[in-house]
Structure formats: C-alpha cells, structure tokens
Design a binder for this molecule. Sequence first.
Ligand code: NAD
Length: 374
Amino acid sequence: MHDTRIPIDIPGHPTALVVGAGLVSRLAEMCRCEGIALAGRAVLVVVDDAIASTHGGTLVAALRGGGARVATVSISAKETEKAIPAVERVWAAALAHGLDRRGLVVALGGGLTGDLAGFAAATFMRGIDFVQVPTTLLAMVDAAIGGKTGVNLALPGGGLGKNLAGVFWQPKATFADPDFLSTLPLREVRSGLAECVKHAIIDGEARFAALERDAELLAVGDSAALARLIPESAAIKAHIVAADPFERGVRATLNLGHTFGHAIETLPGVDLLHGEAVAIGMVAAAIAAESWSGFDAAPMTARVTNLLRRFSLPTSLGIDSTPDLPLEIRRRMGFDKKNEGGGLRLILPRAVGDVVVASDVPEPVVEAGLQAIL
Ligand SMILES: NC(=O)c1ccc[n+]([C@@H]2O[C@H](COP(=O)([O-])OP(=O)(O)OC[C@H]3O[C@@H](n4cnc5c(N)ncnc54)[C@H](O)[C@@H]3O)[C@@H](O)[C@H]2O)c1
C-alpha cells in the first residue's frame, strides 16, 4: 500500500494527514517531509498505557532515530480519567523532561489519548507543537483530525460532561498506520465504523453505497477493506475541517449523532463505546428528523439503521427504561456545546447527503428521537 497524503489547508495552520502501512517505523522520515524537526528536540510521547508495551517501542525508536530526546508518559484510556489530573501528569512529565516552547508532544493512542495529549500540548507554555499518531480506527478517520482537544468535566447534578473543557489546537501532522489495527479488538473496530457511517451520511450517495458494498468485509475487520476505507473516510472529515476549522458553520454537521450520543455514553449502568453511542445517537437524530415537519427522512432512517446493524452496532440503548431515564438523558443534552441561548441544536439528517443544523428544536422532535432509542 502506498502512503496517502491528505493536505488540510487550515489558514495559518496548514497540516496534513498521512496514511500508510508501516509508516510508524518510518516516522523520522515522515516528520522530515512534514517539516517537523526532531534533531536535538525534547519530545514527550503521551501513550495509552494499554498499548505502551506493544506499540510504544517502535515509535520511540523511530523518533530517537531522527535524533530526538524522547521520554514517555502513559495515561489510562477511560472517560473518567480524561480529566485535568491526567493533564497535570502530562504537564509535569513535560517539565521533568525539559520541554520548552520548542518541545514536541506526540500522542500515541486512540481518540481519548489524542484529545488529552492535544489539550496538554495546547496549554503547556501557552502551546507547543503536537503530532497525532492514532491507533484506533475511530481516531484515524475522525478524532485525530481537525484539532479539537479537551477533557471531560463533572456536570452539576451528576454525570460526566463530554469534552466540555478544551481548545482548538491543530496537530502539525497526523500519521495513521493501519497496521496498528491488527491488535484492536473487533468491537473497537466496529465503534470506528460508526464514525465512517456518519461521514458517509454527510458526504452522500457514492460513499454510503461504497460502505454498503464493503459492509461484510468491514464488519469482520478485514485489513484490506479497512486500509481502503481509512483515507476515504478521513478525507471527508479533512475537507470539512479545512472549510470551517472553528465550527462556525458546516463543521457542526460532523456532530451528527453526538448530541444524543454524548448524553447516553456515560450514563450509569450503560456500557457503550464512543462509536456505539454515536450509532444510537444517529438513529435518534434520524427519527427526530422524520418527526420534523416537511422532512421525508424515513427511507434514510431504514437504510442507516440497516447498515449499523450489519456492523453489529447498537441502534437502541438496550437497557430497561425507567420513568427518569428520558429526563436524565434530556438533562445531559442540555449541556451540549452546540446549544445556544438555552435552545437545543440538533444535527438532523434529511437524506443521505443532506444533513442540516437545526436550532431551537421543538421538544416533541427531541422526544421522538429519545423515545426511539429507549
Ligand atoms: N477530537 C475529536 O474530534 C474527536 C472525535 C471523535 C471522538 N473523540 C473522542 O475520542 C474518544 C474515543 O476514541 P477511541 O474510540 O479511539 O477510544 P480510546 O482512545 O478510548 O480507545 C479505545 C480502546 O482501544 C484501546 N486501544 C487503542 N489502540 C489500540 C490498539 N492499536 N490495539 C489494541 N487496543 C487499542 C484503548 O486502550 C481503549 O481501551 C472519546 O473520548 C471521544 O470523545 C474526539
């Protein structure tokens, strides 16, 4: 497989996504091509502790091969740990290793590691360089692209508010090596496929039909099918982010499924991966779109639900509902970052290739989406 380079032309912060099998062992050369200096540079690798021993060595050796002085700090990839104390540990490690404003942070892990390491890099000495090396499908096609970094906050009244503290901080480059996926559990691969479905709904018929065509292979984590999918799906996000880096318009569509998804992802008694929560959230958004007058979203809902099921992704919460559950989900949705002036904003898919941002969504529309997933 050849490397694929996707430039992301963000004004003032041009960056790129490079996808290629085995590229981590060639990272020094990759960095050179992207104008990222390594010789003599203090580099802190922030690594997910679950993969430090399997995947950390190759990356560290490659960076040292480029002349960098490398230290590592590991973090635990749990949503409850995606918080300021872990960021403080990264800052402390950066200081201990002598990083100054020329220092470089490299994130090695899934979306959680990238969000946290990126936030630490963005705030250390008011911002130092940062490189993403995603190791999950979800991070390769989505989380490691676009410069959203951050951590979760405890909500008043209980529960975790996802990514409520953070900044936009573009990585100098994102290097995605599909070889990492050989150790990724199938359930995590499928979680990443949910974000690919999201991209396809936004992008349109050709991409969605391609996913449907390859669904059998993708659902079992076929490496060749995944290697084809990664640059295609990632390019959709890259183009949207380049057009609207600070989410003032079209980028908001990438939150499809996330308003409901974030609200259910960390509910007590629920065991959902991020992509699984987004899958359920997309179904809720589709049903909400159906109930919005003037939309004929029913054919699309059936098609999306069918594809998610082929990927063994959940399309409803799958726990016994209680009278309080819809209220609790609705309460959590009220903390969504997209909301404005107290009104709820939802990303509604009207059809494949036709996704709109709806402000001040009437409560019956929200309720229809909620009831559909309970
Ligand atoms: N910044 C963004 O734009 C953005 C977009 C989407 C999601 N996110 C965030 O990303 C996170 C979800 O990302 P994720 O799904 O990658 O989750 P993750 O980082 O929690 O990783 C999922 C699991 O896979 C394990 N893992 C990672 N790489 C592995 C490998 N190669 N082999 C074996 N195990 C491996 C991890 O230890 C973890 O248990 C959430 O916190 C979400 O909020 C951010």
